[in-house]
Design a protein around this ligand. Sequence first.
Ligand code: SF4
Length: 135
Amino acid sequence: MPICKIRPHHGLCTAFFIGKGYDSAFTANMSECIAMLRSLDPTVELTVGSDIICEKCPNRRGSGCRSMTPEQYDRKVLEILGLPEHMKLKWSEFSEKAKDIIIDGGRLSEVCGECQWSEICIILGATAKYTKNAP
Ligand code: SF4
């Protein structure tokens, strides 16, 4: 199976996804990506740029995003987890680290407190109703 590019902050978004998104194509693709990551546990490459979830997003602009904030979220995740960009590791290893250190470590607002979706993540995180990403 080919290596999947994953934006580091998407290790957080995927834990809190409840079927909401920018449009129907985006949410369908994100659902498929999450199902694939959890069932196949592929090797992922941590990428500050467009990834498999961005592929169907109306905000994608080539290999980037129309907004600069996702890049800031990505770099903060890498900094907190102490991982370099382009590192390759199993999805389960990456998502567990993100969960343990950032979500359960109470550091979500440091990464993406300003995000338009953060209300969902804060509520689900507080009630421990987010989904474990690991298979
Ligand atoms: S908003 Fe930007 S970073 Fe987020 S999924 Fe869409 S293109 Fe990717």
